[in-house]
Design a protein around this ligand. Sequence first.
Ligand code: IPE
Ligand code: IPE
Ligand code: MG
Length: 232
Amino acid sequence: MNHLAVIMDGNGRWAEKRHLPRLMGHRAGAEALDRCMHYCKAAGIRYLTVYAFSTENWKRSQEEVSGLMKLLSSYISSKEKTLVKEGVRFRVIGRRSDLSEKLQKEIAALEEKTKAGDFTLIVALSYGGRDEIVRAALRFAEEYGRNSSFIAQHASLEAAFGSFLDAPDVPDPDLIIRTSGECRTSNFLLWESAYSEYYFTDALWPDFDQAEFDKALESYSKRERRMGGRLK
Ligand code: IPE
Ligand code: IPE
Ligand code: MG
């Protein structure tokens, strides 16, 4: 497996079960992300994409939204050294312009500092699959108006369109895990997941451990990916 994607869900419920503020659940979720990154590296996975904040999550209370933004900002500043040392390339997909200018700058600086890493962590922030497609469509149309012959430089019309997505060089996810028992995509990687396998677990994201990771990979290893063709 080359690319694992995770819908990190259940932080709030994890905290509520312990009578803690929801933000404590998000903090525990950030720790689970660090663990998951290590499991991926040990398993030889090269790309990990995580859903950290959706275009719909802005609907949450101002307290939760600002707490999450602060957590992101402190994650970025506290992890810089470790990410560089561990060869992790940090990238963000989503509608960056929704984020504060300060956070946008912190993100851009971390992307620059970690760009030599050979393991890629992609964080989906103010991300929506529909939004990503619509933004790509606008840029595609703009380019088409300027010079329609650029399409011929790509293998297909889909590849030409795909080049306007947020991380066009990243291969599609092989497996998408969603924690917390919800069986929906909630607007995650709509274009890229066309042939991804899905794995759902009841575990809440802060409880996601090596055993959960192994179960997901074990399930994935038994899938027969036909991609619309026939293997035999
Ligand atoms: C996922 O956990 C993290 C974000 C959406 C930011 P939730 O906050 O959705 O946790 P639950 O689903 O309420 O338990
Ligand atoms: C999806 O979780 C988004 C993230 C994990 C960041 P939500 O908790 O926002 O999704 P719904 O509301 O249950 O669909
Ligand atoms: Mg949730």
